[in-house]
Design a protein around this ligand. Structure first.
Ligand code: SF4
Length: 338
């Protein structure tokens, strides 16, 4: 019998309430980015966005819900005009003082952080800065016209850690220039930089973006679903080995996305499909070419074990496992009976 732990690293217990500030502070529109579609939030006056967030927080508290973590997403927080940053920090500070939130975080670009900005965030009670790194690889960053190189991305990660903030690293597998091999190097780099959490957003071709024009002209081909699932599964296994949570895989479902994804690996159950493949990969590695006569897996894998609509049943059968040979049990161990 062989066994290994299958314990997804813990995510924050606090629910995250996002405040989307689409394109606020962004120096330019990145080729793949369509924030209004991704977030489902059209243009709105800045103060209205903050007022709406305040109303949501008060309503949650009145309903007796636990204080969430507030998140400023969708733009480049640290490059927003000073006055807007201050308005956000004032909202977060007042919500913290009144116990309406437990903490807050923001997302920004690697070339938009410096020590004064990070210190200001930390002193205001910010817990986490998520960097839209996308890749640490120079060639990919050039191909996607991100405007910074791998060294700048790594330096930004270091600054966030030095400031005593949690570091989130967002990667964009399949972005122009990011092959599966590059993505694996990017995951490795993010873990080396001390990322406390990762997000994997497979690159999609969204209507109205520069990437859509390149795709139509034949200059860009997104990853197909199988490549995406296999690569993300490998990335997840690397993150699990480091006890680093992958807190998001794929864009959050948004009604505004319907009909706007022109191409690319999109699926509502992407995360579960990836985890199913990651588990299969881990078992295949342990089985080392042999067949199994039974397997015990943790109960919480039951929902995804056989893959979406049983898509992995044939692969498990090739290992000798059908429904009669697999038991879902309490605990966090996978046990292989060889
Ligand atoms: S990817 Fe980030 S920096 Fe680029 S336009 Fe979108 S929100 Fe702004």
């Amino acid at each position: 019998m062989k066994k290994f732990y299958w314990s997804a690293p813990r995510r924050s217990v606090c629910p995250i309430i996002p405040i989307f500030l689409p394109f606020r502070g962004c120096p330019a529109r990145c080729v793949y980015c369509a924030q209004h579609t991704q977030t489902g939030q059209g243009p709105m006056p800045f103060q209205d966005i903050l007022d709406k967030a305040g109303t949501v927080l008060r309503a949650r508290a009145l309903a007796g819900l636990p204080p969430p973590e507030l998140a400023f997403y969708g733009g480049t927080f640290t490059s927003m005009p000073e006055k807007e940053q201050r308005q956000c920090l004032d909202l977060a500070d007042s919500a913290l003082q009144r116990g309406l939130i437990c903490s807050f975080r923001c997302s920004t670009r690697p070339d938009s952080v410096d020590i004064p900005a990070l210190t200001r965030l930390r002193d205001a009670g910010c817990s986490t800065v998520e960097l839209g790194v996308q890749s640490f690889t120079d060639a990919a960053l050039t191909a996607a016209r991100r405007g910074y190189d791998g060294a700048a991305a790594a330096a930004a990660c270091n600054l966030v850690k030095q400031a005593g903030l949690n570091l989130g690293v967002q990667l964009l597998p399949g972005m122009p220039g990011v092959s599966p091999e590059v993505f694996i190097c990017d995951v490795s780099a993010a873990l080396r930089m001390g990322a406390d959490m990762l997000r994997f957003y497979p690159c999609l071709v969204l209507a109205g973006t520069e990437l859509a024009r390149e795709w139509r002209a034949g200059g860009y081909r997104p990853w197909d679903m199988e490549v995406c699932l296999a690569s993300l599964a490998q990335g997840c296994l690397m993150a699990m080995a480091h006890k680093t949570p992958v807190i998001r895989m794929g864009l959050a479902p948004e009604a505004a996305l319907d009909g706007e994804v022109l191409a690319g690996p999109v699926h509502p159950a992407l995360g579960e499909r990836v985890m199913a493949r990651a588990l299969l990969m881990a078992v295949l590695q342990e089985a080392d070419g042999g067949r199994l006569f039974a397997l015990d897996a943790p109960l919480r894998c039951q929902g995804y074990f056989w893959g979406h609509r049983g898509e992995l049943r044939a692969a498990w059968a090739a290992l000798g496992l059908g429904s009669d040979e697999v038991r879902f049990v309490e605990g966090e161990e996978v046990r292989l009976y060889l």
